[in-house]
Design a protein around this ligand. Structure first.
Ligand code: ZN
Length: 250
C-alpha cells in the first residue's frame, strides 16, 4: 500500500466497532476524504488529539481501496471551540454545510481556508457567533455559485433607493418602486445589512470575519443570510436546529 501525506481539517467523526472511528477530513489536495482510524478510541495523547474534531493536522495515510490512518501531527488546534457550546454548535453546522457542498461535486477548494478562518475568528479572535455565521453562509452561497447580485436594482437599474429589498428566489436586489410590480419572497434590506452583505461578498477572504455591525443589523443580516443559503442549497440541517435551540433556552 502506498503512503500519502496530506494536511486537512477533521469535520466529522463516526464511531463504529469497539474502538474504531471514521473521520471525514477536508483537504486542499484531495478534497473531502474518509479516513479509517483503527483502535483510535483506545488511544490517548498525541495521535488521538491530532484526529479530533476541528483539528487541523498533517495526516500520513495508507492509500489503498480506502484511506487508513498511519500517523498524524497537529498543525493547529482550536481548543476553545469544544469548550464553548455555541461555537461548537456553529462549527458542527458549518461542518454539515461543507460536507454537503463537497458531496455535490462542486469546486470546494475555497472551503478549507474559509472554515479554518472561521475557527480562528471564533477561537482566537472571539468574534461573535452571529456575524461569523452570517458571513460564512453568504460567502458559501457565493463559493457555490449562487451569489446574490447587490449592485443595483435588477429590474430598473437604479443605483440608489431609500428601501431596498432582496428577492429570495434569484438573489436580485430590487428597489421599492419595482418591488410592487415583481412578485416573490422579499426581505427588507436596510442600508447596514446591504453594506455588510456587499462587504462579505467582495472582501479578501482573509478579512471575511473582520467586520462589526450593531445588534439590530446582526439579527437582520443573520436571518437573511441563513434563509438565502438554505433556500438555494435546498437542505435542512439538523445541526442548525440544535444551534438555534441554544438561543431559545436563554
Ligand atoms: Zn427598480
Amino acid at each position: 500500500m502506498a503512503h500519502v501525506t496530506v494536511k486537512g481539517l477533521v469535520i466529522r467523526e463516526t464511531d463504529f466497532g469497539e474502538a474504531d472511528r471514521y473521520i471525514t477530513v477536508l483537504t486542499a489536495e484531495l478534497g473531502k476524504i474518509e479516513v479509517l482510524c483503527r483502535g483510535i478510541r483506545r488511544k490517548k495523547g498525541r495521535l488521538a488529539n491530532a484526529v479530533g474534531l476541528f483539528c487541523y493536522s498533517e495526516f500520513t495515510l495508507f492509500s489503498g481501496r480506502r484511506y487508513t490512518l498511519s500517523d498524524a501531527e497537529i498543525d493547529t488546534q482550536f481548543w476553545g471551540i469544544t469548550g464553548n457550546i455555541e461555537q461548537y454548535a456553529l462549527c458542527c453546522y458549518f461542518a454539515e454545510l461543507v460536507n454537503m457542498a463537497a458531496d455535490a461535486d462542486s469546486d470546494v477548494s475555497g472551503l478549507l481556508p474559509m472554515f479554518l478562518r472561521a475557527l480562528y475568528a471564533l477561537d482566537r479572535q472571539k468574534r461573535p457567533v452571529q456575524t461569523v455565521k452570517a458571513a460564512f453562509e453568504l460567502r458559501l452561497a457565493s463559493e457555490l455559485g449562487f451569489s446574490p447580485d447587490l449592485t443595483g436594482c435588477a429590474v430598473c437599474g437604479a443605483a440608489q433607493c431609500e428601501a431596498w429589498s432582496l428577492l429570495l428566489e434569484n438573489g436580485a436586489l430590487v428597489c421599492s418602486g419595482c418591488r410592487k410590480r415583481v412578485g416573490g419572497t422579499y426581505y427588507d434590506m436596510p442600508q447596514g445589512v446591504l453594506d455588510a452583505m456587499r462587504y462579505i461578498l467582495s472582501c479578501d477572504g482573509k478579512r471575511l470575519f473582520a467586520f462589526a455591525v450593531n445588534a439590530q443589523t446582526a439579527e437582520q443580516l443573520g436571518l437573511i443570510c441563513e434563509r438565502y443559503l438554505l433556500y438555494h442549497l435546498d437542505v435542512h440541517c439538523t445541526t442548525l436546529d440544535f444551534y438555534h435551540s441554544l438561543f431559545q433556552m436563554q
